[in-house]
Design a protein around this ligand. Structure first.
Ligand code: BGC
Length: 802
């Protein structure tokens, strides 16, 4: 045993105590055994270390830190090395702030454009998401800080995020929702990973044996620590048994007693606890050197420059009619739109960084070389109509040679804890665009949003530049692209459908009830649109440039593809070449093509380069539900090289030897999956896909009832609490600033009270509340009182013992 010496110094109480947090972001220390405490901090695109009062939702201020572009933005760069650079910079700031573990990157799949947290995630495609995330992890860890990729796994909606149950088949799980994590684990060996809040096929991710034991540890060889999402532990003993190392944030003494009891009654072996302690000690020792280094290398000028370069790489040009962009020096421009002065550069929630001086387009125009003739707000960002603002903006537009119109999603649309209700921009923004276009045809829309929006309005603008949520330096990069100082070369990391109605999961995403049914199976994003022949507004992998590229000379075999890219235009630029694999003749249902490689190629005007993209073990595999392993169908495959998922420039055919596996599906029983018509899959086909009956949602009054579900309780107290909570929540949403605390509580199960109150509320007290909600007024109340006193006394005793 690696840490036998340390373990021998610990009592069972102490061991159990080490497996949960001391406070919101710190682990416990036991100096007598030489165990120090470590500090975990969000987040994915900048540090959020709260030196004062801590909370996990970013409510209280945090130390100033560089706010890099969000994952949604950097994914458009398709640049793993950029991820690595950002990761290293995050780690440098972590060292300076005494942080040991960075809670990120987030790499959940964008199953639906409506997930409120999509801005924190990379892509709808697992290969791209996994590669980008692995870059971040490598960058973070090479500085001696631990990364904690999240949220493992199948956590794709915010609605009821702590209680929803993702129901999906094994193939979809492996191919779509786990492949990104597999890439991260195998290619960057994160020292920790964060389990998600939700259940997967009936079992909480944090105690899901299949997920943690069979797949993460056995299949992928993960050796790090599994950390729960904040308040995400359900049954701590079960979690520890299946491989969850650290329960966060601070569940108090109750959790310690739970573990101890489980050992005493044989539910858990002490050796299970020891195994988890070893993982924790590994994590502590992984960060030891960095912790001792404590350099003062806080948010520096270099990091600022990196943030700007990253934002520039992410910029994606979606339309450029008659080469309106770049604007030449001296062009008389009108700048319109609230987002130009009050920037949106990150989303709300636990990832929110306290950026010292976020840039805005209005200020950045100053030295741009353009002649700014005026700025007009144009609209209220929360959607309130205002004729005055619109008229003023149109008047300004009339006088200009070109109009830069900054549109976007407001703060409520993109927040942790909340899914969007639709994919549209506010009507007052599209009305303004139409009116401005009537006054001046030279409209450049710059769009600030962390996820796809409907763009039916795009015929009203000549150019469309997607700025995403580009971090504190995003605005400067935007102005550089408008003036041609840089040449935007980003490509979309998610499909932008014409309308929400077109999306594959629209009938199942974030619906009422506990079950989130993944009926669309593997058909997520472009895998669906292509199979079903639905034309999107902008396909996956799409992005224009101020120059043009040509592709030639493809040579491909099972191992790699080599081809030449030439910059055929007059400007230097970057092309992101994409490699897709397709197998038209297949006994297994499949997407038309799947991304299996990509490469960024920087080329001077007129330059050519031959690039080689290797094909890895994921290129030809699919998960076979009969043999229960990865298999390869034998036969002819096409290697397709594209400038987007729909613009294929070169194709080569390769023959691949198969693994002779049994055919797992009966096509006649699963017609919708073979045609890709998956918006409305009948029950019998979904049952066939799952291989068992579809689980049914039950409303149970129990520890896992959420506050938002208390309206179904048998107690007027529950109804009242729920009504008050809903009213407060609606009021906060109307104000345009989501109240994250209320949102969190609304979706929080009662058990989380015992997990997140630092020991003030015990699980026994929660059980008392449950009795109350079941209608047992007096007994419930007495139980709460009894458990309260018991908890108080027990806490005193435990505190002394540890
Ligand atoms: C979020 C995590 C975050 C944690 C700590 C949770 O609510 O889901 O992503 O790391 O809080 O702030």
């Amino acid at each position: 045993m690696k840490y036998a010496n340390i373990l021998s110094k610990l009592t069972l109480d102490q061991k159990c105590a080490l497996l949960s947090g001391a406070d919101v972001f710190k682990t416990r220390e036991i100096p007598a055994a030489g165990i120090s405490s470590i500090w975990l901090t969000d987040g994915p695109h900048g540090l959020r270390k709260q030196a004062g009062a801590s909370d996990h939702l970013g409510l209280n201020p945090s130390e100033p830190a560089t706010c890099f572009p969000t994952a949604a933005a950097t994914a458009c760069s398709w640049d793993e090395k950029l991820g690595e650079e950002i990761g290293s910079a995050l780690a440098e700031e972590a060292i300076a702030q005494g942080v040991d573990v960075i809670l990120g990157p987030g790499l959940n799949i964008k199953r639906s454009p409506l997930c409120g947290r999509n801005f924190e995630y990379f892509s709808e495609d697992p290969y791209l998401a996994g590669k980008m995330a692995a870059g971040y992890v490598r960058g973070i860890q090479k500085r001696g800080i631990a990364a904690c990729p999240k949220h493992f796994a199948v956590n794709n909606q915010e609605t009821r995020r702590m209680a929803s149950d993702s129901i999906l088949d094994e193939r979809t799980l492996r191919e779509i929702y786990l492949t990104g994590f597999e890439i991260v684990v195998r290619e960057s060996a994160p020292a920790s990973i964060m389990s998600s809040y939700n259940l997967i096929n009936g079992s909480y991710a944090n105690e899901n044996k299949h997920l943690l034991e069979d797949i993460l540890k056995k299949d992928w060889g993960f050796q790090g620590a599994v950390v729960t999402d904040w308040g995400g532990s359900n049954d701590h003993a079960m979690g520890v048994k299946t491989g969850s190392t650290l329960e966060m944030p601070a569940p108090g003494w109750d959790s310690i007693c739970e573990l101890k009891k489980a050992v005493e009654n044989g539910r858990l072996k002490e050796s299970d606890i020891d195994a988890r302690i070893e993982e924790l000690l590994d994590l502590i020792s992984f960060t030891k050197n960095a912790r001792e280094e404590k350099k003062s290398c806080a948010a520096s000028e270099d990091h600022k420059k990196l943030a700007r370069r990253a934002a520039a790489e992410a910029l994606t040009l979606l339309k450029n009619e008659k080469e309106l962009l770049p604007l030449s020096a001296g062009t008389r421009v009108a700048l319109i739109g609230d987002f130009a002065a009050l920037p949106r550069y990150q989303g709300a929630g636990s990832s929110q960084v306290n950026a010292p001086h976020p840039s805005n387009v209005l200020e950045c125009m100053e030295n741009s070389g353009l002649e700014l003739i005026g700025y007009a707000q144009g609209f209220h960002r929360l959607g309130k109509e205002d004729e005055g603002l619109l008229e003023e903006a149109v008047k300004l537009a009339k006088r200009a040679e070109a109009v830069i119109l900054c549109l976007g999603l407001d703060e409520v649309q993109e927040s942790e804890g909340l899914d969007r209700e639709h994919m549209r921009l506010a009507k007052n923004q599209t009305d303004l665009l139409r009116a401005a276009a009537a006054a001046n045809p030279n409209i450049v829309v710059v769009l600030f949003s962390g996820s796809a929006v409907e763009t039916k309005w795009r015929s009203d603008c000549r150019a469309l530049l997607y700025a995403s949520l580009g971090g504190q330096e995003g605005a400067g990069a935007v102005v550089d692209a408008l003036t041609g100082k840089i040449n935007p070369g980003g490509k979309l990391a998610e499909t932008w459908p014409e309308s929400y109605e077109d999306t594959p999961a629209k009938n199942n995403f974030a619906k009422t009830g506990r079950m989130a049914q993944y009926r669309e199976s593997i058909y997520v994003g472009y895998r669906y649109y292509q199979k079903k022949n639905v034309s999107p507004a902008f396909p996956f992998g799409f992005g224009l440039s101020y120059t043009s590229f040509a592709y030639s000379d493809l040579r491909a075999d099972e191992k790699q593809a080599a081809f030449t890219v030439t910059n055929t235009g007059k400007r230097d630029g970057t092309e992101i070449a994409q490699l897709y694999i397709s197998k038209p003749e297949s006994a297994v249902f499949r997407a038309v093509r799947e991304l299996k490689g990509f490469c960024r190629v920087e080329l001077k005007a007129g330059e050519s380069r031959t690039v080689t993209i290797p094909l890895d073990d994921k290129a030809f595999r699919y998960w076979n539900v009969k043999s229960n392993r990865w298999e390869t169908e034998g036969g002819e495959y096409f290697v397709q090289i594209g400038s987007s998922s729909e613009a294929l420039q070169l194709t080569a055919s390769v023959n691949v030897e198969g693994t002779q596996a049994p055919v797992p599906y009966k096509a006649q029983e699963m017609a919708h999956y073979f045609t890709g018509d998956v918006q409305k899959v009948p029950d019998r086909e979904f049952t066939a896909l799952l291989g068992h009956e579809i689980p049914v949602s039950k409303k149970e009054i129990g520890r896992n009832m959420t506050f938002g579900e208390m309206r179904y309780a048998r107690s007027p107290l529950g109804w009242l609490a729920c009504a008050i909570l809903s009213a407060l929540l609606n009021r906060s949403l109307k104000k345009g600033k989501p109240d994250l605390n209320l949102l969190f509580i609304y979706n929080m199960p009662l058990r989380a009270l015992a997990k997140m109150t630092g020991g003030i509320v015990s699980m026994g007290m929660v059980d008392g509340m449950v009795m109350e909600l079941k209608g047992f007024w007096i007994i419930g109340l007495l139980r709460i009182l009894y458990e309260f006193i018991k908890n108080l006394l027990r806490s005193r005793i435990m505190e002394k013992r540890i």
